[in-house]
Design a protein around this ligand. Structure first.
Ligand SMILES: *Cc1c(COP(=O)(O)O)cnc(C)c1O
Length: 231
């Protein structure tokens, strides 16, 4: 077995164990293999080992990799998206996890409508209030979601968050609980084009905790592909 398939086996086992531990349906927890800075050949190994969803942070990188690897897997965008890349992003991706401003949502809506598409998106929430992080603040969410509900080119499928980095995975838990509760409150609004089915939360160091708190999409890079080169 290659290193990547061994790593994947370990990650899958972690996902399974966490889902079992809290009695969740394993089918409701999907793995997004995060491929930022990972070259296409190594991504191909992950696809051979059964990865079905790839997550990329950079539009141009994704464009190159999609040309090489094709669209037999789903491509998710998970990074900060600049509005001038919205057109390409609508063209390339099956789900955007990181709608982090109303401005971006408007641009994606416009581009989706021009391309005759309805684009599935997640709303990124900044629960930690860190000014360095993108995402809507918790108190803005209800207003933002109402505006999103009116955008015919978008379909809001859920929420995404990224807590600050902690050594101890347990330190992430309050953020994941918070996102789940926020999702439950939003679901009660019963707005059109808004369904909160997906919670995108959990990374290499804390995906088990995220699954225990209701994650449906875990975004895992390092635990599959190894450490990335420093920026
Ligand atoms: C890089 C990245 C991940 C994966 O992080 P790892 O710690 O390598 O698993 C997940 N989500 C986002 C938004 C990222 O940028």
């Amino acid at each position: 077995m290659s290193e990547i398939s061994e790593n994947l086996a370990r990650v899958r086992e972690g996902i399974e164990t966490a889902a079992l531990r809290c009695g969740r349906d394993l089918l409701k927890v999907r793995l997004v293999a995060v491929i930022k800075t990972v070259e296409a050949e190594r991504v191909r190994q992950a696809i051979s080992a059964g990865v079905k969803i790839l997550g990329e942070n950079y539009v141009q990188e994704a464009q190159k990799k999609i040309e090489i690897l094709g669209h037999n897997v789903a491509w998710h965008f998970i990074g900060h998206l600049q509005t001038n890349k919205a057109k390409a992003a609508v063209h390339l991706f099956d789900l955007i996890h990181s709608v982090d401003s109303l401005n971006l949502a408007k641009e994606l809506n416009k581009q989706a409508q021009q391309q005759g598409k309805v684009l599935p998106v997640l709303l990124q929430v900044n629960l930690s209030g860190e000014t360095t992080k993108f995402g809507a603040r918790e108190k803005e969410i209800f207003q933002v979601i109402e505006e999103l509900s009116a955008m015919e080119g978008l379909l809001v499928k859920g929420l995404m968050t990224m807590p600050p980095y902690f050594e101890d995975p347990e330190a992430s838990r309050p953020y994941y609980v918070e996102l789940r509760k926020l999702g439950e409150r939003l679901a009660q609004q019963k707005l059109s084009r808004i369904s909160i089915e997906e919670l995108s939360m959990g990374m290499s160091n804390d995906f088990e905790v995220a699954i225990e708190e209701g994650a449906t999409l875990v975004r895992v890079g390092t635990a599959i592909f190894g450490a990335r080169p420093p920026k």
